[in-house]
Design a protein around this ligand. Structure first.
Ligand SMILES: [Cu+2]
Length: 264
């Protein structure tokens, strides 16, 4: 019995030593990593902003998910950074969430383009995926399709009588309804954001730290001019509005700069 335990321990040690060796060799071998540092263009809680439809507005908070960062190589190869922390939550009230550091080791080289999913794709966006807050607070009601909000963008606008009104610009799974307002189907609204000028070089044993900004005003800009007086404060049960809002998401992120930091 003791002999068996001893042999087992020996095997275990070999496995551990080998795997440690492998991971350090991975770094030495010169794989790099990518990190996103996210900021937001708007100061919260002030009515300093006016959109293209002429609505004066303020933002109180933004909470959202981005997932599955993709890097597009020169030879048409695509890398998806989806090991373990493939879904990242960002909350304008929680500065620690502004840094997204996927664990994936990335082959060094110049990548032509970077993109990621805004929200969570249908395979992964299932109820009870997150058990702890703040992520769990993002749940999307079961009868509206379940899973999680892609984004909660909350604030107020001044209506046509100049009265402040609350808006919940919330994105997630949409619904199709029949004439009696029964849900007859669901619509996946997550989308891919391709970053402009997002050629990025991954250097051996270094972290490419990419600073990106969410240009919050762009949610209301193009191709669809967003008028809060037209769409109202709640859109979670309005697939038409959600889909127009998601179309506006194509240019919300801008790359500011790329810095490099030693991996070790
Ligand atoms: Cu909501």
């Amino acid at each position: 019995m003791k002999k068996v335990t001893f042999v087992f321990l020996c095997v275990l040690m070999i496995v551990i030593i080998n795997s440690c060796d492998f991971s350090s060799r991975n770094n030495e071998n010169g794989f790099g990593k990518l990190q996103l540092n996210i900021s937001h263009s708007i100061k919260a809680d002030t009515f300093n902003y006016i959109n293209e439809a002429g609505n004066k507005f303020m933002i109180s908070e933004i909470q959202y998910f981005i997932s599955d960062i993709k890097l597009y190589g020169k030879k048409g190869d695509t890398i998806i950074l989806d090991k373990y922390n493939d879904i990242h939550y960002i909350d304008t009230d929680i500065p620690e969430t502004f840094v997204y550091f996927p664990v994936d080791s990335v082959k060094p080289g110049v990548y032509d383009k970077m993109s990621f999913t805004f929200g969570i794709n249908e395979k992964k966006n299932k109820s009870r995926l997150f058990v702890n807050p703040p992520e769990s607070f993002m749940f999307w009601p079961e009868f509206l399709g379940g899973g999680y909000h892609y984004m909660k963008l909350n604030g107020k606008w001044l209506d046509s009588l100049n009265q402040p009104k609350v808006f919940n610009f919330h994105l997630g799974i949409g619904q199709n309804y029949d004439e009696d307002r029964n849900v007859v189907g669901f619509v996946q609204n997550y989308f891919e954001v391709s970053l402009e000028n997002s050629s990025v070089e991954i250097k051996p044993s270094e972290i490419a730290q990419v600073d990106i900004v969410m240009q919050v005003e762009n949610w209301f800009r193009s191709p669809n001019i967003w008028d809060f007086n037209k769409y109202g404060g709640k859109i979670m049960q309005n697939q038409k509005a959600i889909s127009l809002a998601c179309e506006n998401g194509h240019d919300i992120f801008l790359i500011k700069s790329v810095k490099y930091k030693d991996l070790n």
